[in-house]
Design a protein around this ligand. Structure first.
Ligand code: MTE
Ligand code: MO
Length: 330
């Protein structure tokens, strides 16, 4: 489906937050019985599964930065997934292995939040998330997201190019990879007590991938700060790779000359490799990747696209590697 759109500059700013957000916000206000009470200003009270109330004491100090202007460079070929759907169907193993972890994730404190930048850099540093947000330009981008489990969604992320973070970090010329790490808090994230996984969650990119224009450090969604279950206060988004590359709630970014071994690679390297670029013709060892179910559509399946449809932006990074014998697709 190709919807005829107005040119970017003809689209009013107000359209940057889709109408569904406002509709969902209203629904949220009446969802008290379902376990959530809106308190306004981004603060809310979630009733945990055990009936315990977990209050987020402070409104998010970054709330005033949203919504950010939408970039018209990144177009969708499908509807934006409803907020209520994408924010209640999540993978965040720190809080459990089911898709229904959104309430459990409210226990994660996201202020204060610091990100350590270290390794092969001019100067190691620890940046406070709100200081980092002052140094970068936030924008909204509509991206498809394709999980390796063959479900997908399309959402309006807000964030800044990872290139901006690399510029702040000033890696030396010896840096070949970026390694990212999630918080290590088994006290609030009970999934981390599962000892058969190697915590904390780790992901990595090559420097070329990290500085590709698509690679986004995400801090918001639907014109608001990112909810905890989606990786607040800062996560990665690489829309041409399977979703597990998009590491959530990052606390450390390390520049290195060694290829990082990711959380999933350590757990099951034959199924989840370093590259994990989306390719409908290369099956997962246990299922086909040819098509995907779009969540929130009542089971609608669509064909999966090579590089999740982002080949124009990323394919050139891999042309030489394709001959190298690297497993680029899983
Ligand atoms: N720290 C951490 N990051 C993570 C995960 C996780 O379990 N822990 N799951 C990944 C997977 S498999 C997917 S599909 C996406 C899901 O993002 P969403 O819940 O915001 O849709 O997050 C990725 N990032
Ligand atoms: Mo995933």
């Amino acid at each position: 489906m190709n919807i005829k759109r107005k040119k970017g500059w003809e689209i009013p700013e107000s359209q940057a937050t889709p109408e569904t957000v406002f509709r969902n916000r209203r629904r949220f206000l009446t969802a008290g019985a379902a376990g959530a009470l809106a308190l306004g200003g981004g603060a809310y009270l979630a009733i945990g599964q055990g009936g315990d109330a977990v209050a987020q004491a402070q409104p998010d100090p970054s709330a005033g930065l949203y919504p950010a202007p939408r970039s018209m460079r990144y177009r969708l070929d499908r509807e934006v997934t409803e907020e209520k759907v994408s924010t209640t169907y999540n993978n965040f193993y720190e809080f459990g292995t089911s898709k229904n972890i959104w309430q459990a994730a409210q226990k994660l404190p996201i202020r204060p939040w610091q990100v350590k930048i270290d390794g092969l850099v001019a100067k190691e540093m620890v940046v406070d998330i709100d200081d980092l947000l002052k140094k970068v330009q936030l924008e909204e981008r509509l991206y498809r997201h394709r999980c390796v489990e063959a479900w997908s969604m399309a959402v309006p992320w807000t964030g800044f190019p990872m290139k901006a973070l690399v510029d702040i970090a000033q890696p030396t010329s010896a840096a070949k990879y970026v390694r990212m790490e999630t918080f290590n808090r088994p006290d609030v994230a009970s999934g981390m007590k599962a000892s058969f996984y190697s915590w904390p969650y780790i992901e990595g990119l090559t420097m070329a991938e990290a500085t590709n224009e698509l690679t986004l450090m995400v801090t918001g969604i639907y014109g608001k700060p990112l909810p905890k279950q989606m990786g607040a206060p800062i996560r990665l988004v690489t829309p041409w790779k399977y979703g597990f590359k998009c590491i959530k709630s990052i606390v450390r970014v390390t520049f290195t000359d060694e290829r990082p071994r990711s959380f999933w690679e350590v757990s099951q390297g034959s199924e989840y490799g370093f590259w994990a670029n989306v390719n409908p013709r290369v099956s997962h060892p246990r299922w086909s990747q040819a098509s995907e179910e779009i969540i929130g559509t009542g089971g609608k399946r669509v064909p999966t696209q090579l590089y999740n449809g982002y080949g124009d932006f990323v394919a050139s990074m891999y042309t030489d590697l394709e001959k190298s014998g690297e497993r680029l697709w899983m």
